[in-house]
Design a protein around this ligand. Structure first.
Ligand SMILES: [Zn+2]
Length: 434
């Protein structure tokens, strides 16, 4: 079935200006891009843009823990370690595979309604996450959060979770073109250095990407210095972790952009999570300086218990504003860079080719944005990027499409039963907070 977007503004993270034209989507792909002056072809379905709709690539939420929507609001305004130890970890102890399935389903409802077409998820009991992502038809990059802990039945927790993660890879990587799987060593302070070395070796030997938290808080600098007796830069060098093709470092708040001059970071992507970092008081990563370095940069929300939204539109606006304020420079971190981070860069980081830009032959992971609203007064081809990042919000989404199929359109979900999911997620929430 072919869908024609007729007379729309076409924008992505590499276009200096939007183009007014038509898009023909068929067989899951962007088949044809036409200028507004050209005659649009026939199609089964026509979206009449009438010059007041925009089509953008769907957002890629490059770091989250989707099922943590079940923990939203717990331990508000507490420091990271206290928040984890007193509130989050005890509630997580009560999570079952079924709860994680329904929590993730609820998160996907939020993500589709706010324009996200792909999310990178680190959690546990990830088979259910894979199942519900496929059911929804949304793209996802999955990893099992690997952490240290007391042995179970004589087997170390690290060993178990590595095996679990590798099983996840074998079962789901590449499924239906929607899923990729990475290894997910949680962080330097939850995975002993020797085990981290093993995980890096496995990743390289088997060609698996790697997604981990790195230097989210200042406290971790002291941990690496005092416990591991090395600098954070040496940590990365000694592990040779940056040699893993497709290595993703979540947060990197306390990383120093100068490291990119002595370390080869060209295969790595740092995921900026401005809202989570602000809310947890973790600090501000120097994004403006990183933009000049040879490293991938993507954007994420982090989990809903530290943000508390899974809304990439908020993440874009926060990132675009925050660094101008901190650097006292209104030219730092341009809106176009933010849009590219929120789309193409995230897809590339997690091994999704031909996604995240609007190009002929690329996959039709698209969002439809309604510009027929007061806050878009004055919008045109030249300024659309700025209107989207600074004036727009996720309430402007009128449709979210993956592989050319509408998953969400005018408030209605095509593949998910919203009422059932909310009911089940409420029951899960009640059970884990009882
Ligand atoms: Zn995280």
């Amino acid at each position: 079935m072919a869908t024609l977007f007729k007379d729309v503004f076409i924008l992505d993270g590499e276009r200096e200006r939007a183009q007014r034209g038509h898009i023909l989507v068929s067989k899951g792909r962007i088949q044809t891009l036409l200028e507004i002056s050209e005659t649009p072809p026939a199609a089964d379905k026509v979206v009449e843009g009438g010059g007041h709709m925009a089509v953008l690539p769907g957002f890629v939420n490059a770091h989250t823990h989707a099922a943590m929507v079940l923990l939203r609001g717990l331990g508000e305004e507490a420091p990271l370690m206290e928040w984890l130890q007193k509130k989050i970890w005890p509630a997580e102890e009560k999570l079952t595979p079924e709860y994680i399935y329904w929590g993730t389903a609820s998160a996907i409802l939020e993500m589709l309604a706010t324009g996200t077409t792909c999310f990178a998820d680190m959690y546990f009991e990830m088979d259910g996450v894979a199942q519900v992502a496929l059911k929804a038809g949304i793209r996802a990059a999955l990893c099992r959060g690997i952490t240290n802990g007391p042995p179970v039945d004589g087997v170390s927790k690290i060993h178990r979770s590595i095996e679990d993660n590798l099983g996840l890879f074998d079962r789901w990587h590449g499924r239906e073109g929607l899923l990729t799987v990475q290894l997910g060593p949680h962080a330097p302070y939850t995975v002993p250095f020797g085990d981290m070395e093993k995980i890096v070796e496995i990743a390289k030997a088997r060609g698996i990407g790697l997604h981990f938290h790195f230097l989210e808080t200042e406290w971790e600098l002291g941990y690496i210095r005092d416990e591991l007796k090395m600098t954070p830069e040496a940590y990365l060098r000694n592990l040779r972790i940056l040699e893993v093709p497709g290595v993703v470092l979540a947060h990197g708040v306390w990383m120093n952009p100068d490291w990119a001059d002595s370390l080869d970071m060209s295969q790595a992507t740092i995921v900026h999570n401005p809202d989570s970092n602000m809310k947890l008081g973790s600090g501000v990563m120097p994004l403006d300086t990183w933009l000049d370095k040879n490293v991938g940069l993507a954007l994420g929300t982090d989990g809903a218990s530290s943000n508390n939204r899974l809304d990439m539109w908020d993440a874009m606006r926060s990132a675009a504003l925050l660094h101008k304020g901190v650097s006292r420079n209104p030219t730092s971190v341009p809106a176009l860079d933010i849009l590219r981070m929120a789309t193409f860069e995230g897809a590339r980081a997690f091994g999704f080719a031909n996604k995240g830009l609007i190009r002929e032959g690329w996959m039709a992971d698209l969002i439809l944005v309604d510009l027929d609203q007061p806050h878009y007064l004055g919008v045109n081809e030249e300024n659309l990027t700025n209107y989207i990042v600074y004036a727009g919000s996720s309430s402007d989404i009128s449709g979210t499409m993956v592989d050319g199929k509408w998953l969400y359109r005018n408030g209605v979900y095509a593949t998910l039963d919203k009422n059932e999911i909310l009911q089940k997620a409420r029951e899960a929430r009640k059970a884990i907070t009882a």
